[in-house]
Design a protein around this ligand. Structure first.
Ligand code: NAD
Ligand code: TYD
Length: 352
């Protein structure tokens, strides 16, 4: 079996669902169930013996030791993290604890388990660390996209904590020989995306008649990738990636935030027109910029394509439509995740 951490979050749950759709190999899913973790994402696997869920912290060495000894996974995939830049600006403590200290404890637990495996299992074992393009910092206009050897220059508490975790993973390979793989991916979107992030927040607010908040001038650029394409890339890297290597993953679809939000508005105008006959673009509001806001990210995923034959199956155009449809069809899920603590966050971050 494989062990995923953070498999009740956005990308992790999409990965677990896709994994179980494509394979009979069981998944042991360890997740702390923070505000971002939601077992509702995995409701379709209820009663399925291939999915074993355990609530717990990647920093809990005793728990990890027990789980690894009992289930003997052939791979560990680390999705668990605090992942929201804006929250890391309000308070970085949880980011340091989970992304850095937690990854350290996870690496140590996995190293102890891996060291004791018989030779063939030890050689086949993999630790795959899921990371982000944000570790590379901000790209200048016109500069070539991030390759795997781009220097690390994280600018937010979130990206700094992810950069630190990448360095730990690298060191556990070079120093201890742990067979690691690291992936650095661009911005994802798709089903089960928590509505604190730009795309699901704007779909949610548009339908609720609320403002669509654009930070600064809205000209910041991101490279958007459909989450299921990201999951396919991770499966491919796990299957055939070279040990110790880093693979950048991206959608080749760089857009400004304003372009993304106006595109969402246009799709909603067609699928769910406003009752008053006006267009959703009228709800766009420019708000104070994020401190330290990175201007541009772009990924060169050429290594992954050349070495492992991966390419995104979706374009932004095809997958953003699927995503909007998913949110329209899953308003109950949205209702469940936007109660209590969510409202506190929105009030704290956006005020009135
Ligand atoms: P998310 O915030 O939606 O989910 C994170 C999950 O980790 C949640 O289920 C949460 O309960 C769990 N978790 C948090 N702390 C934990 C701990 N200490 N122990 C166990 N579980 C814990 O995040 P996501 O968007 O799904 O991102 C998953 C990974 O992918 C992260 O490592 C993130 O840095 C990386 N990533 C995200 C994106 C993106 O666009 N969302 C892009 C590139 C890389
Ligand atoms: P986000 O979804 O938070 O992802 P990340 O910061 O990891 O890239 O934000 C994507 C972009 O959208 C980023 O440039 C910040 C911007 N943004 C807004 O303009 N308004 C918002 O309310 C949010 C949440 C993000």
């Amino acid at each position: 079996m494989i062990l995923t951490t953070g498999g009740a979050g956005f990308i992790g749950s999409n990965f677990v669902l896709d994994w179980c759709a494509a394979s009979d190999e069981p998944v042991l899913n360890l997740d702390k169930l923070t505000y971002a973790g939601n077992l509702g994402n995995l409701a379709s696997l209820r009663g399925d013996p291939r999915h074993v869920f355990v609530q717990g912290d990647i920093g809990d060495a005793a728990l990890l030791g027990r789980l690894l000894a009992e289930h003997r996974p052939r791979a560990v995939l680390n999705f668990a993290a605090e992942s929201h830049v804006d929250r890391s600006i309000h308070g970085a403590e949880d980011f340091i604890q989970t992304n850095i200290v937690g990854t350290f404890h996870l690496l140590e637990s996995v190293r102890a388990y891996w060291s004791g495996l018989p030779a063939a299992e030890k050689a086949a074992f993999r630790f795959l660390h899921v990371s982000t393009d944000e570790v590379y910092g901000s790209l200048d206009e016109g500069a070539p996209p991030f390759g795997e050897t781009h220097r690390y220059a994280p600018n937010s508490p979130y990206s700094a904590s992810k950069a630190a975790s990448d360095h730990l993973v690298r060191a556990w390979h070079h120093t201890h020989g742990l067979p690691v793989l690291t992936t650095n991916c661009s911005n994802n979107y798709g089903p089960y995306h928590f509505p604190e992030k730009l795309i699901p927040l704007c779909i949610h607010n548009a339908l609720a008649g609320k403002p669509l908040p654009i930070y600064g001038d809205g000209q910041q650029r991101r490279d958007w990738l459909y989450v299921r394409d990201h999951c396919a890339a991770i499966r491919r890297v796990l299957e055939a990636g070279r040990v110790g290597e880093v693979y950048n993953i991206g959608g080749g679809s760089e857009m400004t935030n304003l372009e993304v939000v106006t595109r969402l508005c246009d799709i909603l105008d067609a699928l769910r027109p406003r009752a008053d006959g006006k267009v959703y673009r009228e709800q766009i509001r420019f708000v104070a910029d994020r401190p330290g806001h990175d201007r541009r990210y772009a990924i060169d995923a050429g290594k992954l394509e050349r070495e492992l034959g991966w390419k995104p199956a979706e374009t932004f155009e095809s997958a953003i439509r699927k995503t909007v449809h998913w949110y329209l069809d899953n308003q109950e899920w949205v209702k469940n995740v936007t109660s209590g603590a969510y409202r506190d966050w929105i009030g704290k971050h956006y005020g009135d």
